[in-house]
Design a protein around this ligand. Structure first.
Ligand code: NAD
Length: 404
């Protein structure tokens, strides 16, 4: 199905039924591919045990399947408030009855040596509580994006990881994904010249009748509607593409308050970041547009286009305007979730650096907060007075699973 995102990819993005076609998004292979990732799997006993918390769309559609093929990680427990579903998923994955947890007996994990990593896949407002409880139980935590719904919660999560001397990684799959790594590397190489402008556009249609969207359309549970769900990819991408941090933020929103979806959250949000180098990033997000996860980097000598750039599969990278660099780099698709969980497992095993720590998640929460502050002030400039510098440039430390 040329020029159309596969149905499976749409289902995975919660976009099925939204009749989304993204021009130019040629699909080499639908969704997370079955392409074997090059490294051999560890023997089962040496794999790091993961407990998955929250058995919703992402956990069932991507994370548990990703753990089945992971090389360093394996599923050892599930946490759910729905005992029937938990029993079914445990049975499907060969887990014993005592590997099923609920939100009340969660802290029993402290005595469960099978679990080394707890993967938080809950609505955003629940990330802080369940991350902190897992850390207090002595477990490492992989937490979904956005890390938290407030700066205070993000700071508390980081403090809890420090106090427990455990790892806290935020599940930014694009930091470990080949297309995004190739984009970062091409930009760092200088072959396109200096970046001048970045645009990021991340949005989709939302549906109140879908429970998975209902909480996303609730400000308290999501921390910001489309901005927290989709916009965060653009905020994060501008930062990892440029490998620098914004010094100023300005933003505007356009929301139809008569639309029942947007009673508490903004719909269209548009922002501008100014970076120390002088580069400007323009970002947009919306929960009332056809699905898109695209970015472009306009450089002195050429342009890098990723459209789509952050889907689970079917992403496409083009380099335009520089004869030597022109064309579409060959990128082999991988299962992004498998790779990200293997990375976390290897962090725990001391084999690789923690590239997306809590501090990386907190930076996006701070920037989302600054965006909403600027919106509330009619587009006033908000200065980023806090200091943040990423510990590791993914382009330098994350390997490509296949040669580009
Ligand atoms: P979902 O609504 O499908 O799943 C959430 C799960 O939490 C459900 O099983 C639900 O029953 C459970 N839950 C427990 N308490 C709840 C409560 N009080 N209200 C609502 N649900 C409750 O959501 P999802 O799409 O799986 O997203 C979960 C997390 O994963 C979110 O933080 C989201 O941002 C993130 N996510 C990340 C990606 C990615 O590509 N990295 C993709 C999708 C979702």
């Amino acid at each position: 199905m040329p020029n159309e995102i596969s149905r499976r990819t749409l289902i995975e993005l919660g976009l099925a039924g939204a009749s989304v076609a993204v021009a130019g998004a040629a699909i080499a292979k639908p969704g997370p591919s079955a392409e074997p990732q090059d490294r051999p799997a560890l023997p089962d006993n040496d794999k790091i045990g993961f407990a998955v918390v929250g058995l919703g769309k992402l956990a069932l559609g991507q994370i548990i399947p990703g753990l089945k093929t992971a090389k360093s990680a394996k599923l050892v427990a599930v946490v759910s408030g729905d005992p029937v579903k938990a029993k079914r998923i445990a049975a499907e994955n060969g887990l014993p009855a005592d590997a099923i947890y609920n939100y009340t007996d969660y802290d029993r994990m402290a005595k469960d040596p099978r679990i080394q990593v707890v993967y938080i896949v809950l609505p955003n407002a629940m990330h802080a509580e369940y991350t902190i409880r897992a850390l207090k139980a002595g477990k490492h935590v992989l937490c979904e994006k956005p890390m938290a719904t407030s700066v205070a919660d993000g700071e508390a999560m980081i403090a809890a990881a420090k106090a427990a001397d455990r790892k806290l990684m935020i599940a930014y799959r694009c930091h470990y994904e080949p297309l995004n790594l190739v984009a970062m590397r091409r930009l760092r190489s200088g072959s396109l010249g200096k970046p001048r402008i970045v645009t990021t556009d991340m949005g989709r249609q939302s549906t109140l009748s879908d429970p998975s969207d209902a909480w996303r359309l609730d400000m308290k549970m999501s921390g910001g509607g489309a901005l927290a769900d989709m916009g965060v990819y653009g905020i994060n991408a501008a930062r990892y593409l440029l490998n620098e941090e914004p010094i100023e933020v300005r933003a505007w929103a356009k929301t139809d308050r008569t639309d029942p979806r947007f009673r508490t959250v903004e719909d269209v949000v548009s922002w501008q970041f100014r970076f120390p180098s002088g580069t400007i990033a323009n970002g947009t997000t919306s929960f009332s547009c056809a699905g898109t996860m695209a970015y472009q980097v306009f450089c002195e000598n050429g342009r890098l286009v990723a459209d789509p750039g952050c889907f689970y599969g079917g992403n496409k990278l083009s380099l335009i305007g520089v004869p030597a660099a022109q064309g579409a780099p060959k990128i082999t698709e991988i299962d992004q979730f498998e790779r990200e969980m293997d990375w976390m497992a290897d962090v725990v095993r001391g084999k690789v650096p923690l590239v997306t720590p809590g501090e990386e998640g907190l930076q996006d929460v701070r920037l989302m907060t600054a965006i909403l502050e600027s919106v509330a002030k009619g587009g006033a400039t908000v200065k980023t007075g806090w200091a943040y510098k990423r510990a590791h440039d993914p382009a330098a430390v994350v390997d490509l699973p296949h040669p580009a």
